[in-house]
Design a protein around this ligand. Sequence first.
Ligand code: CP
Ligand code: NVA
Length: 303
Amino acid sequence: MKRDLVSILDMEKDIEDVISLALRLKRDRYSKRSELDGRTVGMIFEKPSTRTRISLETAITQLGGHGIYLNPNDMQMGRGETVEDTAHVLSGFLDAITYRAFSHENVLKLAKNSSIPVINALDDVEHPLQVLADYMTIAEKKGRTSNLKFSYVGDGNNMVNSLVLGCALLGMDMSVGTPEQYKPNEKFIAKAREIAKSTGAKITTTTNPKEAVADADVVYTDVWISMGEEKQKEIKEKAFKPFQVNADLVSEAKKDYIFMHCLPAHRGLEVTDEVADSINSVIFQEAENRLHSAKAAFITLLS
Ligand code: CP
Ligand code: NVA
């Protein structure tokens, strides 16, 4: 049976094992590996990417496989060939597909119609690969992934959806602070709370950024304007001003809090340089961990 990673919930049973494997792979980063020997992974990107594209391609290479970057505009998909037909065709050539898409529906369609694993490389609803790197970074910095308070301040977007499910799975308390009109998706909050009943995580939402960050071990933010939302720039920037992660806001967190951001950051908007470049900031370690956690994801899904 093939195994997809469309939602972080697809790792419900082994998220902790995947994080441990990623930590081992990082320690062992210079050993030659062959888990993807002779295998080819297609990487479809409908949107730009620095971290995801480069970490995935490097991960595939370091595991002995071959990655092919696929721009939909250079494929027949860009001229209207259906996602379903593309899935059947690519399944005949490749061993896995990673897909960065505008629409979550299309990621689901690709997964449903492919006989090979499909990995969500970010869509409008989730970003599972990113959160694996995030929890790996928390494990490194805090020595654990439960009994912590994770605070997210900003837009109730794709990052929040994956983070809230991930925190619930791991038993990490999560407090989400957003403006009233940009609250996280209720469906994801409800699902997270259901999971949290068995893991002990406490999931709360608020429209008060200081309340969200109070006593936090982790302070996380993301861009206010996600890819594809450029038209909403002006209106969103206004609404999010009080949610900027700056020195005043993080003074509410624990002294040894860590600052995280999936990046790219819009410095001076969702976060100030003062916080992003502070001693508490782990943003570049977090970015590097995209490589190690991607390798762990490939090994888990493909071998
Ligand atoms: N965090 C992240 O996914 O970055 P990219 O858009 O550069 O891939
Ligand atoms: N929410 C952002 C994440 C970028 C990695 C976006 O979707 O653009």
